[in-house]
Design a protein around this ligand. Sequence first.
Ligand code: DON
Length: 304
Amino acid sequence: MNFKEIIQEIYLKIKPIEDNGQLASYIPELANVNPENFGIHISTLDRVDFGIGNCYDKFSIQSIAKVLSLCLAYRIVGENLWERVGVEPSGTSFNSLVQLETDNGIPRNPFINAGAIVISDILISNLENPKEDFLAFVRSLSSNSELNYSRKIAASEKTVGFRNTALCNFIKSFGNIENDPSEVLDFYFDLCSLEMNCKELSALFLFLANDGKNIVDNNQILTKSQTKRINALMLTCGFYDESGDFAFKVGVPGKSGVGGGIVAVHPNQYSIAVWSPKLNEKGNSYKGMRFLEEFTTRSGLSIF
Ligand code: DON
């Protein structure tokens, strides 16, 4: 498979197309990004490593970090995790409050904000120094001790985090948050502010294509079964109410963030990261979605 040629061709095709998407301006700092940025990087299990465009520029990975916090929580508490958060697609936007009332404060899945806030609470209850320990986990996955939170982005989100504050307090009223909501939100905003580039992101997610094993040091991060389940959740819930569309058009597990990043994983094959900051009306990168649709079509490598 000539990934390099396929990626180059699709990049050149998608780059000039008109992008009617919008930057995620509800977090003020995210609106300060050059909307023209467009980068891609693939890492494969047979050691192809190729990137193009702005693949070495760091960006805010936002909700993509929810996969990493979920992996760490799953590693620590195992199957008990699913008593606190569900595994069903919500069919709603990422910051919706509506289902929590009828679902008694149990978020539909760990990737909507409500679910990721509960996962943050679980990590706070189980880690000595949540922010430092989570960062150490992410750094160990990537073998990169430079990865970090962005103070600027986290602070910017804190000034406008009213919906997330509402979600956290509402869930707490049902007894599904153990810690002080301000501590939970502080940790949640920090983890969303993680920054990395497409190369770092595709390399970091490669363990999910490798039955849960880090290819650099052979460390088993998650069991094979846990890995399968994380991938299933990314396929069914990774793009909010556009998850069906992503499965239909792209056909691999993936996760998006409002910073315009998308990471997609093909079990036993590759991990690919795409970044283009303008988002479609569902909150997912417009060009990122277009690129990945062409990529799995041209390469013939979807899971279906
Ligand atoms: O809580 C928020 O709204 C953001 N920190 C994360 C949202 C996000 O990335 C949704 N992804 N598409």
